[in-house]
Design a protein around this ligand. Structure first.
Ligand SMILES: [Fe+2]
Ligand SMILES: [Fe+2]
Length: 151
């Protein structure tokens, strides 16, 4: 039998990844302006990575014989990542991405701890792998934020 906290965090992370895909996709489409191009390109690369994270998490849930949530279980949380009314407001999107990546980082840290406590090294390894990707995303968008603040 799988551990309750590990399952809860895997399901939460799975849904968060899908919400991230949804918002990165919308933002990558709506942003306007020359300065937005770099951000849109980066979001497009990250969309594929976040979708792959969801796939890996879903496959782990399946291996543990746990439910992989569908849309009816979905609860939206990423308020700061909604596409901005002003479609040239690149800074708002950068901040929204940083909030989402910070949130993901704390979820994966919690999953690493829960999996270790539950003696589930496979889930722990998965959480560490994804955590490393999220830290790389955060670093990239920290860089973008510096660029935008200094201009
Ligand atoms: Fe992710
Ligand atoms: Fe990410």
């Amino acid at each position: 039998m799988s551990d309750e906290e590990v399952t809860r965090l895997l399901q939460k992370a799975y849904q968060d990844e899908i919400e991230t895909v949804m918002n990165y996709l919308s933002n990558s489409i709506v942003l306007d302006g020359v300065r937005a191009e770099e951000i849109k390109e980066s979001l497009n690369v990250d969309i594929d990575e976040e979708l792959q994270h969801a796939r890996m998490l879903g496959e782990r849930l399946k291996q543990l014989d746990e439910n992989v949530p569908g849309s009816e279980a979905f609860v939206a949380n990423q308020h700061s990542l909604q596409p901005p009314e002003n479609t040239t407001d690149v800074q708002a999107v950068i901040q929204g991405v940083l909030d989402a990546e910070e949130d993901a980082i704390s979820t994966y840290r919690a999953l690493v701890d829960a999996a270790e406590t539950a003696d589930d090294p496979v889930t722990e390894d998965l959480a560490v792998t994804i955590l490393a990707d999220e830290e790389a995303h955060r670093t990239e968008f920290h860089g973008f934020r510096k660029e935008y603040v200094e201009d």
